[in-house]
Design a binder for this molecule. Sequence first.
Ligand code: PLP
Length: 394
Amino acid sequence: MTLQTVSSFARIGEENAFAVLARATELQRKGKDIINLGIGQPDFPTPDHIVEAAVKALRDGHHGYTPANGILPLREAVAADLHKRLSVDVSPEEVMIVPGGKVTMFMAILMFGEPGAEILYPDPGFPIYRSMIEFTGATPIPVRVREENGFAFSADETLSLITPKTRLLIVNSPANPTGGVTPKAEVDKLVAGLARFPDVAVMSDEIYDQMLYDGEKHVCLLGYPEIRDRLILLNGWSKTYAMTGWRMGFSVWPKPLYDNARKLAVNSHSCVNAPAQWAGLAALTGPQDAVHAMVAEFDRRRKAVVAGLNALPDVSCAVPKGAFYAFPNISKTGWKAKKLASALLEDAGVATIGGPDFGVHGEGYIRLSYANSLENIERALERMKSFLASAQAA
Ligand code: PLP
């Protein structure tokens, strides 16, 4: 028997970070000492008061369906939090609670992708953008983010790639995998330029909006009234509150798209896990000390990882201003990035991700997540140093 799925499944991709995690776990099971700088999730536990809120919600009987777009107090809390932190005005009617940050991109790309359409996305960038664009049959148009610009996107370069076929533009700052943060002046320029292309929707992935260093202030695209009617905001709890496994995200949709998103929710997950939504409410309305402590610790590690990488022979690392990733340039080592990442895992016991897993423009780089202890980061850098000194480039 041959089961014939639709042809789009030949085009769907995935995230290699999960494959690296599986391989690292397998090596660990075989007794190898692996330092995991591969996966992008905080190594801190979810703060206690958030966990307690979920337990209480279950005890209080919150174990049924909720409205597909999320419970009202949580949508109100999201709107209040965006107002408080970023001075943007959002109505709870525009907010949708979704199971993780990824779901917003899934929905947005499904809404705009089809054969003949073009979707612009950052490269190197989060791999699911391209995967989903290809799945829909749309043409993925990579917008290169460059090391010489501190891995910020360039407004001019982005605008120059828009054609009459462009339906959606995806931007991401602070960015994965580079840690790049796009300065306000560049965002201003992009938004001004978008006035010439009123039919292009924008999805802004701001999931790392609280992970900023060196005094950087987050530039939220909701702050630009001129594009509010075509802007989709992607954000969530995963990174900020160390809640990756809870699957809690939110989006802000322009009114005409909101109902499409709600229907996609009704047709797929019905609603987000009810106790997780109450936990999300506690996260937003409770003390934020744990978030600040986490970011301060990431900052210490960031400095250590950048200094350590720059001390390695033939490696140079730009200073990431956001998220929790370093994206060193390894092109002078003579190694191809994926081969180096694989050799570092197999021979040196350090899990990293090869830049090409984030797009064609990722060659010459590897990604290190510094969501691991300072001690482990230092051990990993030592291992990389001895490995690069002794191994033959491939
Ligand atoms: N967007 C970016 C840029 C990410 O790096 C990630 C996760 O790594 C996500 C979205 C997805 O987040 P979630 O785990 O909440 O689905």
